[in-house]
Design a protein around this ligand. Structure first.
Ligand SMILES: *[C@@H]1O[C@H](CO)[C@@H](O)[C@H](O)[C@H]1NC(C)=O
Ligand SMILES: *[C@@H]1O[C@H](CO)[C@@H](O)[C@H](O)[C@H]1NC(C)=O
Ligand SMILES: *[C@@H]1O[C@H](CO)[C@@H](O)[C@H](O)[C@H]1NC(C)=O
Length: 385
């Protein structure tokens, strides 16, 4: 028994020594490889040789580094906001801009048509301003119904020139766009910023989409361009402006130019152009189950909360958003069977009680049930157009 026991252990011992010899060889090789690699890196750092820049190994290392860098999650510092404004209207739009802007956290600029002399010193609570370049040279191509369309379209180009260090996304917005920044970060983080992306949403109104384009990101709702797309636009926009001298506004020009690159619109339903009028409570109480990204044209609709003015109402919604942005305006429906009541909660916005339980056909699939529920609820929820 002892012998049979000893034999295998001897075999194992032999194997172990062979193994450690192999490991030693591997270690020596590794050491040489690491040493050689370090030497190569030091050489690259100290060397001024021009061939280094074109060395394939160096290029692939840099490429790999960039790939690793870009795999980190997108955060607020990777986004540059380009807000198209005007010195004359800034005072009225200021509460909307400042409702979402975070001084020293959000990056970007408010692009004005002239120096805002009467508003100086410029408040640090507002985005820093820049003056748009003169566009007189485009005079022959400026047959747009919106007279400042070219200046607004060039906000992407001028923002790109101003800020490109560690930028992944450029988000264009109007001075009366209210953005939900944390949700925007979450949504943009889903996409690969190294690819060409044009992300936004068309209008809630069929007529607006019919007049401009169903494949267009409406500018007031805000839209995002990935870094490579913004770069391509910055290079080509001035030429493109000459190709489309008659489109209505800057967002339509952008859509045409981006479309020329073969980049389609990626739709995110949380952007809201709001071409609606009057009472928005129907829309805001039954928002699609996606993160809320923006509201626009709030001067053209009733205050979103009754019994306060428009600016106070936005501030209140932003207070809810500050607690938990991802939940804001998300709808929950529940039932109290004993009384046959239904409750619809739109988080941070409204709670509604209906003295009914919508009738469901039990045999249907869940999605069909949701569909019939939507149809049923549409009767109770009044959306004004
Ligand atoms: C954002 O991510 C970068 C890495 O890509 C990091 O250096 C930076 O500190 C982050 N900023 C914030 C505000 O989280
Ligand atoms: C932003 O930073 C600057 C300097 O870095 C500082 O002077 C200013 O007070 C800061 N603003 C706010 C609102 O924190
Ligand atoms: C609730 O609705 C059901 C089905 O319509 C009905 O049978 C029941 O009596 C109702 N209960 C109350 C409390 O109204």
């Amino acid at each position: 028994m002892a012998l049979t026991g000893a034999k295998p252990s001897g075999v194992i011992g032999h194997r172990q020594s062979a193994l450690s010899l192999n490991m030693l060889r591997v270690d020596v090789c590794k050491g040489m490889a690491v040493g050689g690699f370090l030497f190569y890196l030091i050489y690259i750092m100290l060397s001024n040789n021009s061939w280094v820049a074109s060395s394939p190994l160096f290029t692939s290392l840099v490429f790999k580094y960039r790939r690793i860098e870009s795999r980190t999650t997108t955060n607020i510092s990777h986004i540059v906001f380009g807000i198209a404004g005007s010195a004359n209207t800034w005072k009225n739009k200021r509460p909307y801009i400042e409702s979402w802007w975070r001084p020293n956290i959000t990056r970007g600029f408010l692009w004005l048509d002239r120096a805002p002399k009467e508003h100086l010193p410029w408040p640090s609570s507002s985005p820093p301003f820049r003056i748009s370049q003169d566009i007189k040279r485009f005079h022959d191509y400026n047959n747009h119904a919106m007279p400042f369309a070219i200046r607004m379209a060039r906000v992407i180009l001028e923002s790109f020139r101003e800020e490109k260090e560690d930028v992944r996304w450029y988000v264009m917005a109007d001075d009366d766009t209210v953005l939900f920044v944390d949700n925007l970060v979450d949504v943009l983080a889903k996409y690969d910023h190294n690819k060409y992306y044009y992300i936004g949403e068309n209008s809630e109104c069929v007529k607006s989409n019919f007049d401009y384009s169903f494949q267009m990101a409406f500018g007031g709702g805000g839209y995002a361009l990935s870094f490579p797309l913004a770069k391509a636009m910055a290079r080509n926009l001035d030429e493109c402006l000459k190709r489309y001298p008659t489109l209505y506004g800057s967002d339509h020009i952008m859509q045409a130019c981006i479309s020329d690159f073969g980049v389609p619109l990626t739709r995110e339903r949380g952007f809201h152009q709001i071409d609606l009028h009057g009472d928005l409570s129907g829309l805001l109480s039954a928002h699609p189950g996606v993160p809320m990204l923006s509201l626009h044209h709030l001067d053209h609709v009733d205050p979103i909360f009754p019994s306060m003015n428009r600016h106070e109402a936005v501030k209140l919604l932003m207070e809810a958003s500050a607690v938990e942005s991802s939940r804001v305006l998300q709808q929950t429906v529940c039932y109290h069977k004993q009384t046959n009541w239904s409750f619809s909660i739109s988080w941070g916005y409204s709670a509604q009680i209906y003295e009914k339980i919508p009738p469901f056909k039990q045999s249907r699939e869940t999605s069909a049930d949701l569909h019939s529920m939507e149809k049923h609820w549409a009767r109770y929820i009044h959306v004004q157009h």
